[in-house]
Ligand binder design. Structure first.
Ligand code: SF4
Ligand code: MG
Length: 333
């Protein structure tokens, strides 16, 4: 069976001054029905842009997006956007982002159903069910978004995302704006709902522990490119890409990732320096302790590693290729 989502050679460029900044630069990705794919990387790596392109909130510059066997156009029409919203929904980091401040919670919950033609008592009953399902009292339905806590608002954002029973929910840092004390509850709720409805999920986070907990596969993004992807256990236990190694080490240190790996300003500076032409070398080279001359000669492509993952690293490819060549030589002798 074909994957629910298939993204090929996806690019999205923004103009920033004289330069083009490649937010997403040649990403290939598949998510199967009911599968949870974690997407990690620093801020500015293009994770959110990738999610927004898939859900249709952001136009791509190039590449294809195929959802449920259907090729999606670069810009979605209103009709396509509506049709899409029954299949793919998004939970935002900012819980205000998906809620109209002038609508009651109950109205906000029913809104996705209205566009499906579900109205009146049927819509109201469903909204009541979901209010309860995400752990809010009935009285919350009469309130407005600003009258709820951040955690309660995010519960409503989640209910809104699931209410029309989409096949994929994209979660973009859904708990990073919340108090640490409620983060685990929200993550558990997301996992329960995902399992209950067998919803596919693209889970974008910089919190590696959360991704390790939720995702069966994990992709690591660096400056618009996926540098490593594979089963979560393999990525976390046998990271192969030097950036993944660094990201995991920073996480284990308990240090905020940003500080260990350099500020966002540094990342942007490197991004601006990196030409768009695909004949430039590895983008991680300026920060890579393992860089060799070959790293600057061309972009590394994702290749299967020896541990069931795919990794884009010249040096790793040489090492793994080298070991198999040595085996071949010894066989000949
Ligand atoms: Fe480092 Fe070279 Fe691998 Fe890039 S290709 S991650 S610079 S070793
Ligand atoms: Mg983001």
């Amino acid at each position: 069976t074909s994957p629910f989502i298939e993204v090929s050679q996806l690019r999205c460029h923004f103009k920033s001054g004289e330069n083009y900044l490649a937010a997403v630069d040649g990403v290939n990705l598949q998510i199967g029905a009911g599968e949870v794919l974690g997407l990690v990387g620093e801020s500015g790596s293009g994770k959110s842009t990738l999610g927004r392109i898939i859900v249709g909130l952001q136009a791509r510059s190039a590449g294809t997006v195929c959802i449920d066997g259907k090729d999606m156009p670069q810009h979605y029409s209103r009709r396509q956007f509506r049709e899409m919203s029954t299949k793919v929904q998004m939970v935002f980091q900012d819980s205000y982002a998906s809620l109209n401040p002038r609508m009651t919670i109950l109205a906000s919950l029913q809104e996705p159903l209205w566009s499906l033609g579900v109205r009146g008592k049927a819509a109201l009953d469903k909204a009541m069910y979901w209010l309860d399902r995400v752990g809010l009292p009935r009285s919350a339905g009469e309130r407005y978004p600003h009258e709820l806590s951040g955690g309660q608002r995010q519960r409503i954002g989640i209910a809104r995302a699931f209410i029309a029973e989409p096949q994929l929910v994209i979660c973009d840092e859904p708990v990073s704006a919340l108090d640490v004390s409620v983060q685990a509850q929200i993550i558990n709720l997301l996992q329960e709902l995902q399992r209950e409805h067998n919803t596919a999920m693209l889970f974008i986070a910089h919190d590696l522990a959360v991704v390790r907990f939720l995702a069966s596969r994990t992709a690591v993004m660096y400056l618009g490119e996926i540098v490593e992807i594979g089963p979560t256990a393999a990525v976390f236990e046998s990271p192969r890409h030097p950036y993944t190694v660094k990201l995991l080490a920073a996480h284990l240190d308990g240090n905020p990732r940003e500080r260990v790996l350099g500020s966002l300003a540094d990342v942007k500076a490197v991004a601006n320096k990196a030409p768009l032409a695909s004949d430039s070398g590895c983008r991680f080279a300026p920060r890579c302790q393992l860089a060799i001359a070959a790293c600057c000669e061309g972009p590394p492509r994702l290749l299967p590693s020896l541990v069931d993952t795919e990794v884009a690293c010249h040096r790793l490819a040489l090492i793994e290729e080298g070991s198999s060549q040595i085996e071949l030589l010894s066989e000949k002798e």
